[in-house]
Design a protein around this ligand. Structure first.
Ligand code: FES
Length: 128
């Protein structure tokens, strides 16, 4: 199983909470660690770009159905990380989901519904 690649894996006390809001060339960076000029010429995806043709991406639908968010601060990062994980691993177990989202902190949910949302999206994407 491949987990989404990250430029940084850990937060230090000196770093603000900065969820990965986007991907750059299929790498999920922490948005606070990349200058705009570093994205020049790269492929940038944002959570807004997950929706296609008016249809929510399965991960967006799953977060809605499984109550994977409360305040929403961490949600774009959770969705982008979850979508990247599912592109590489269509059937992640709970531990794999937790490892994939481990660089994105949520102060509200306790992660249970986030993990359930990602796994629910995986089921939807597999058609099961
Ligand atoms: S839903 Fe509030 S920080 Fe995650």
């Amino acid at each position: 199983m491949q987990t989404p690649r990250r430029r940084t894996e850990t937060l230090t006390a000196a770093q603000p909470l900065a969820p990965p809001l986007w991907s750059l060339n299929d790498v999920i960076p922490k948005s606070c660690t990349v200058f705009a000029v570093q994205a020049d010429g790269g492929e940038v995806r944002t959570v807004e770009g997950l929706e296609q043709g008016g249809e929510l991406h399965p991960i967006q639908q799953a977060f809605t159905e499984k109550h994977g968010l409360q305040c929403g601060f961490c949600t774009p990062g959770m969705m982008m990380t979850g979508a990247a994980l599912l592109e590489r691993n269509p059937d992640p177990d709970e531990a794999e989901v937790r490892r994939a989202i481990s660089g994105n902190l949520c102060r509200c949910t306790g992660y249970v519904n986030i993990v359930e949302s990602v796994r629910h999206a995986a089921e939807a994407m597999r058609g099961s």
